[in-house]
Write a protein that binds this ligand. Structure first.
Ligand SMILES: *[C@@H]1O[C@H](CO)[C@@H](O)[C@H](O)[C@H]1NC(C)=O
Ligand SMILES: *[C@@H]1O[C@H](CO)[C@@H](O)[C@H](O)[C@H]1NC(C)=O
Length: 211
């Protein structure tokens, strides 16, 4: 049975509007230098661990995570939410009385989710719940309409290279472990492009999905 999908992804702003910045002028250190430098922080690291695990700061990470999740939400780089999160942490660290709490300007990639949807057109009209992966490239304004090819692995995709050309690759990979299966999220679009496909869809990287 043939399945025809329409995918529509529209980013508001171009991917990588900014570039990551690195501090210049840092000289290369030998492994031994780095080892010694790290060893110099042993007492400080122990004090931090004691404070966080047994001391005054016990549960603080969890409590702050709860504040982030409840009041700030997802924090994509370059987003307003990230700014709010940074401000929150800046003032929290100041309140904790830490030394040298300061902010520095930094350039980060900025990607905004626009409008997005996917519809199965054949064998019947069916709207599909999707979420574009961060840094996804926008489709043309009219979206992409193409037949799909369903594969269970990258190997299968490579074996079916001829068939995949011009199609939307749907990865129906079995969940093995997060570390292993996440490759489909990281490399799925790249591998699909390599065989001449026009788009790719993946399932959640989880053992269970409500969609
Ligand atoms: C941290 O949470 C545990 C479990 O809820 C609780 O028993 C403990 O008293 C908390 N510690 C502090 C410092 O609030
Ligand atoms: C599919 O259904 C949606 C709403 O359910 C409708 O807007 C759209 O026109 C339909 N498309 C086709 C090709 O029938």
């Amino acid at each position: 049975m043939k399945h025809l999908f329409l995918i529509f992804l529209m980013n508001l702003l171009h991917q990588y509007a900014g570039k990551s910045l690195r501090r210049d002028g840092s000289s290369l250190k030998s492994f031994e230098d780095i080892k010694n430098e790290i060893a110099g922080y042993t007492d400080i690291a122990k004090a931090i661990i004691d404070l966080a695990v047994h001391g005054k700061a016990q549960n603080r990470s969890y409590e702050r995570l709860a504040v982030f999740a409840d009041t700030i939400g997802p924090r994509l780089s370059g987003s307003k939410n990230l700014e709010a999160a940074i401000k929150y942490m800046f003032s929290a660290l100041q309140k904790d009385g830490l030394e040298n709490v300061h902010l520095e300007p930094v350039k980060v990639p900025h990607w905004e989710r626009g409008e997005e949807f996917a519809v199965m057109l054949e064998p019947r009209n069916h709207s599909i719940a999707i979420l574009g992966l961060g840094n996804s490239i926008a489709t043309p304004p009219e979206g992409i309409t193409a037949e799909v090819i369903v594969v269970a692995s990258f190997d299968e995709l490579r074996q079916r290279t001829q068939e995949a050309k011009g199609k939307i690759v749907v990865y129906n990979q079995p969940f093995i472990s997060y570390g292993e299966t996440v490759q489909y999220r990281l490399q799925g679009a790249v591998e699909a492009a390599r065989v001449g496909a026009v788009a790719s869809l993946i399932r959640s990287i989880a053992s269970f999905s409500i969609h």
